[in-house]
Each structure stands twice: as structure tokens, then as C-alpha cells.
Write a protein that binds this ligand. Structure first.
Ligand code: CO
Length: 453
């Protein structure tokens, strides 16, 4: 049954930016609109995490921590939300429990209120430590189902997982549909069932890629969802999300309160209209709706990255072939959901399978994925692929982070040496900078140099 009130999380600064503008939006283009965003009455604003950290350091020459502090300062009334990849933090591999705790402590201290935590494999052992650390810092831990469609993923799979997320102590649940493949009727059934079984609030995150998201969000609301994610109209749809204004209009018609006045959104939409024009070189080529996603389940961000990669290799023609191969590789990996970092690993392998012979070369990452170093795969692994991977090393069944013992302090010395090598002043007394160094060891030279000037 529909709630009388449904919260709206505005995602334009993180996922809207990531899905439509390849995460290139600069802080200086956010600050002028921040106070208006802060006045709207969103339940939260997703402003950090995901690919933002990486993009700040590699492309924008911004200190990601400084960005977070500035965002918090500019939007003090609204809860700031981040996307965290569990034990992978905002990186692409597992970090030790100590590094995970430190990262979360600093994120909380610098301004994050709500942590949406997911694991690409839906292996909850990979989010345990994050949830614990979030609670140690008295912040909101939102556990996540990374939604996918496959012959082995049933309604019961999701309900079991949601129950486990609640049992883990998460404060809310997110259904994360990164590819826009959650259909309206499935969303209705899933949320209706979940509402009978779990007590914590349910949030829906869906993408517009296949054109279903407005209806999916509405059916989710009818089933009793507590919060939906939207993006301001001028930065919506395509690989992105349902427009904030459209969803509020539809909710108003059903007397469902969002605590938001549509009129307050007009100047924000106009502002981002200009921003989108300014950043158009970073947009993917897909316009409108792409139904292929319902067959291949390739998320928006992954497709636009793939396009860019193929363009660089002068092989744009291979796009459809690579997309089909992504499905095959995914099947061979027990139908793992296509989300970071699995999506990157699978994307790269699919590309390699098309350019070279199938599984002729295996990346270190895919070997680790096959052998359990990222966590438990949902289904059965292709035997040939497994045998090939086993030529490299042995497989594991325990929680992967049990094998990782890196001490946070040991990086202090590494960073000290690195600063010496760069001939810049020592940055190793600052925990934020140590974390940047841990997460992006080879890409951090430019940012560290600019921090010194
Ligand atoms: Co998303």
C-alpha cells in the first residue's frame, strides 16, 4: 500500500553526473546552485562516492576530500549521501578492514551522512565491515541489493538477501537497478513482498535507460516504497534517471507528499540545462531509449565507457559485438551483476575476447574474480574458464578481506617517500591524503603537486 509520503533523493551531483557527463562535473559548477539545492527539501542529495573520487583525482585535479567539505558547507541542511562499494570503497579491489574503517571515518568527518553500501557480487561478507564502521561513526548505513536479471535470480533470491541485509543491522535497504531493467510489475511484486518481511525503509534506485523508470518508480510507490532516486529534468533520462519534476508531478496527482514544491525546481533545471551544454563533449551517443539493455543488461556508465574505449582504438564498429560478448562472459561467471568492479572486469575481458581469441588472455582481475578473491559468485562458473584461471593460483572460499592485512600506518611512510620523490612537501601527516594515495597510487601525482602549490 502506498505511503502518504515518499522521500526524494536528488542524484544529479553524483549518478546523474556519472551517467550523463562521464563524472566530469567540476565543483566550481556545483557551488553556484548548491544553496538552491539545499532549500528544496530532498530527503538526501547523493553528492559523492562512486566514480567521483577517481574522477576528481585523475581528471578534474580536485582534492576529493576538499570537494566533500565544500559540498557539505554549501548544503548544510540536506543529508549528503555517498555510494560506497563495500570493501572496495571507491576503488576497484578489496582493502583491509583497517583501511575501510579509516576511509569511512574520514568520509563521515568530512560530511557524509548516509552511506549506500553495495557489493558487486551481492556477497554480504563484503559489506559487513563497512556497516560496522558506519555505525561506529553514528551514520546511516543503507544496505543494497544489486539488482540483475538472470535464470538464477528469483524473487526469493532478493527476499532472502534483503532479510540478511536487515539482520546485518542496516538502517535502510536500497534496490539498486543500475541498468534500468527493473520492470514496473516486478518492482511492484518485489516491494510488496519485501514490505511484508522487512521493517527497515526501502529505497529504489533505477535508471531510465530502457524507458521504464517513471512507471517503475510509480509502481514502487504504489507498493509502498519509502524513497526514490531522481535527477533534475535537464540532467535526466537516457543513461540517467527519472526527472525529479515528473515524479513529483505524478506523486502530487496521487496525493503523495514529497515535501517538495515543483516551483523550487525551475531555477535548478534551468541552471543544469546550461551545465549540460557546457559539458556536452562528455556525453555518450545514446539518445532516448535503448531496449537492448533488457537483453544484455549493460549499465549506462559501462556502455558510455566502452564507447569511449572503442573510439580510442578506432574500433567503434565492434560495439554491438562486444555488448553480446559481455553477456557470454557474464554467464560464464555465474551471472554476476554488471556493476563496478565486475562490470569493468567483464567489459575488458569481453573486449579482449573479441579482439583476440576467447579467453586467450585473462587479466589478473578476472582470474581473481573466478577464484573467489572478490567474493562468492552467484552461480556456476564455466569449467574451461575456471581451469584456465586455476593455472595462475588457487581458489579461496573465505571472506576475501580476511587475507588482507595492510596497515593504514604503513602507507604513511610510503606517502612520505612518494612526496620526497616528487620533491614536494610531506603530505603524510594528513589522513585524507594517505587515503587518496592508497586508493589511487599512480594517479595522485598531479593532485599532490597542486596541493603543494
Ligand atoms: Co546508478
Amino acid at each position: 500500500m502506498a505511503n502518504k509520503e515518499v522521500g526524494i533523493t536528488e542524484v544529479v551531483l553524483r549518478d546523474g553526473n556519472q551517467s550523463l557527463l562521464s563524472t566530469r562535473l567540476k565543483l566550481e559548477d556545483i557551488i553556484p546552485i548548491a544553496s538552491k539545492l539545499d532549500e528544496v527539501g530532498y530527503s538526501s542529495i547523493e553528492s559523492w562516492g562512486g566514480a567521483i573520487f577517481d574522477s576528481c583525482v585523475r581528471y578534474l585535479n580536485e582534492d576529493p576530500w576538499e570537494r566533500l567539505r565544500e559540498l557539505k558547507k554549501a548544503m548544510p541542511k540536506t543529508q549528503q549521501q555517498m555510494l560506497l562499494r563495500g570493501q572496495n570503497l571507491v576503488g576497484y579491489k578489496h582493502y583491509s578492514d583497517e583501511v575501510v574503517s579509516k576511509f569511512i571515518e574520514q568520509s563521515a568527518m568530512n560530511g557524509i551522512d548516509i552511506f549506500r553500501v553495495f557489493d558487486a557480487l551481492n556477497d554480504l561478507r563484503n559489506i559487513e565491515q563497512s556497516v560496522k564502521a558506519i555505525h561506529d561513526n553514528e551514520k546511516h548505513a543503507q544496505g543494497t541489493l544489486a539488482y540483475t536479471i538472470s535464470p538464477i535470480h528469483t524473487l526469493d533470491t532478493w527476499i532472502d538477501l534483503a532479510k540478511q541485509i536487515e539482520d546485518l543491522g542496516c538502517d535502510s535497504l536500497c534496490i539498486k537497478d543500475m541498468s534500468g531493467i527493473l520492470s514496473p510489475e516486478y518492482a511492484f511484486d518485489l516491494i510488496s513482498e519485501l514490505k511484508k518481511i522487512i521493517q527497515i525503509p526501502i529505497h529504489l534506485h533505477t535508471h531510465a535507460t530502457t524507458g521504464m523508470s517513471n512507471l517503475t518508480n510509480m509502481r514502487a510507490i504504489e507498493a509502498g516504497v519509502d524513497n526514490i532516486d531522481t535527477s533534475i529534468s535537464s540532467m535526466s533520462m537516457g543513461y540517467g534517471h527519472s526527472p525529479t519534476e515528473t515524479m513529483i508531478y505524478l506523486m502530487n496527482e496521487k496525493q503523495i507528499n514529497s515535501n517538495i514544491d515543483l516551483k523550487d525546481l525551475i531555477p535548478i533545471a534551468e541552471y543544469f540545462d546550461c551545465i549540460r551544454e557546457k559539458y556536452k563533449e562528455f556525453e555518450g551517443s545514446m539518445k532516448g531509449v535503448d531496449l537492448k539493455m533488457l537483453i544484455n543488461q549493460v549499465p549506462g556508465g559501462m556502455l558510455s565507457n566502452l564507447e569511449t574505449q572503442l573510439k580510442a582504438l578506432n574500433k567503434e564498429k565492434l560495439l554491438n559485438e562486444v555488448v553480446s560478448e559481455i553477456y557470454e562472459v557474464r554467464k560464464d561467471l555465474g551471472f554476476v551483476p554488471l556493476v563496478t568492479p565486475a562490470s569493468q572486469i567483464i567489459g575488458a575481458q569481453a573486449l579482449s575476447n573479441i579482439i583476440n581469441n576467447k579467453y586467450e588472455t585473462l587479466s589478473l582481475e578476472i582470474v581473481d574474480l573466478v577464484l573467489g578473491y572478490y567474493g562468492r559468485l552467484p552461480g556456476e562458473i564455466n569449467k574451461d574458464l575456471l581451469d584456465k584461471a586455476l593455472l595462475n593460483k588457487e581458489s579461496i572460499t573465505q571472506r576475501p578481506a580476511n587475507l588482507i592485512n595492510e596497515k593504514f600506518d604503513s602507507y604513511k611512510n610510503d606517502l612520505k617517500r612518494y612526496c620526497k620523490k616528487l620533491k614536494i612537501k610531506d603530505l603524510s601527516s594528513n589522513d585524507d591524503h594517505i587515503l587518496t594515495f592508497i586508493l589511487i597510487p599512480y594517479g595522485s601525482e598531479k593532485i599532490f603537486k597542486s596541493l603543494n602549490s
